[in-house]
Design a protein around this ligand. Sequence first.
Ligand code: NAP
Length: 475
Amino acid sequence: MKGQLFINGEWTGDYIETMDVFDPATGEKVGSIPKAGEKETKLAIDAAHDAFKDWSLLPAQDRASYLMKWHDLILENKDEIAEILTKEMGKPLAEAKGEIAYSASFIAWYAEEAKRIYGRTIPASAPNKRIQIMKQPVGVVASITPWNFPAAMIARKMAPALAAGCTFVAKPAELTPFTAIKLFELCEEAGFPKGVVNLVMGDAPSIGRVMTTSDKVRKLTFTGSTEVGKLLIQQSANKVHNLSLELGGHAPMIVCDDADLDLAVEGVIASKFRNAGQTCVCGNRIYVQEGILESFMKKLEVKVKGLKVGNGLEEGVDIGPLIEKKSYEKVQRHVEDAVAKGANVVIGGNGVANNDSYFFHPTILTNVTDDMVVMQEETFGPVAPIQTFKTDSEVVAKANDTRFGLAAYFFTENYSRGTKIAEGLEYGIVGWNDGVPAVAQAPFGGMKESGMGREGGMEGIEAFLETKFLSISLK
Ligand code: NAP
């Protein structure tokens, strides 16, 4: 495959030096893409800027129609996009198909929300005055997205932005550009006016610098690591850019002694091992109440032993490769650190690395202590460290004792107990007996260093709107 940039309705970038993209399951080359930089990013922003006025003035129904055409094309091409996604990212094909359906659900949701951007009128304090509040699109939106959800992270940003009347410049991760390219081919087929949607890829720091310092960009929406998020905040400071940041997580999963253990195990498997543990909302540390550890472990071990590791294109594979060597080494480091400090490896604990492909066996660690790195940092791999707790207040304090605040999970059948735990958790997303809570109609995002702003739900479109207060004095 040979990828190109999409700027002002044209595929371009042949003149630029290229970078290669590899299949993480085989190490084989998938294709190459242009290594675009400042020049192309400026061109894309200019195109989005020129297209903004007409797009923002288009009736909401018309913007919604474009979105629905794109949505329908994505679903028609679901299998092809999913295969591209699995080849460049590694997740099992069934998960990739799930991601495409999930991506399309955001587009359908925001096609509807486009029609419900309401202002309001407020009673004034003087008889001759009128107060109106109106909502308007922020302007040109620049987006930077990661490799772990190459389709969904773009759709979750682009659909509400376009619905709000904004124009868009996307920069996908260098490891997974072909999914984005396919989505943009379908945008072209859906007939979006030129300049409304633009795609650049290549030298991330250069692209990011232009996006954060351009006068024409009004909003930057980023999903990725907290480290890069902080850099983008610093770079955006001079322009006071409107920012939405979806950053890293370190999710606790709490299993109470009155939990439905089958449900809890199912939740842990879904949250911890989906995408080989490479999701921002992955359960990263599991707290099981004393007294049920043995019965919980029995059930968990059976399920984890049944997980098949392999190339995501093969039938029946549950866990694909880690995305790259760096990730593999990090997971290995976390396990080695835990073992050196006294953890027991119940299952797994190692990986298989060959031909530039890096698989890690699903791993369960017990006898885990708070000083282990695995309990302090996002592992981004299929490793489940398990610790016991005595009381709810103790475990909620432990769950909150982190700079992250994206997702947390707990399992209990007791409503009063669950309500108190939910209220105590300092997290943007809380799953109660639910390991996979994310849906298009609900706000997704984190507290603390997990980010700012929300994607999904009515908050997701609000992020791309300005509020204007109009005060009218009548004669
Ligand atoms: P990353 O290194 O921060 O990369 C994310 C994106 O930022 C990529 O497109 C990358 O481009 C780009 N980037 C890197 N350096 C940059 C710079 N100096 N200026 C501008 N852009 C730059 O994160 P990752 O390792 O790919 O993704 C994993 C992280 O994302 C995890 O921490 C995970 O928790 C987080 N995540 C969060 C959410 C959420 O919703 N909260 C969802 C998914 C993932 P290149 O790839 O081209 O280098």
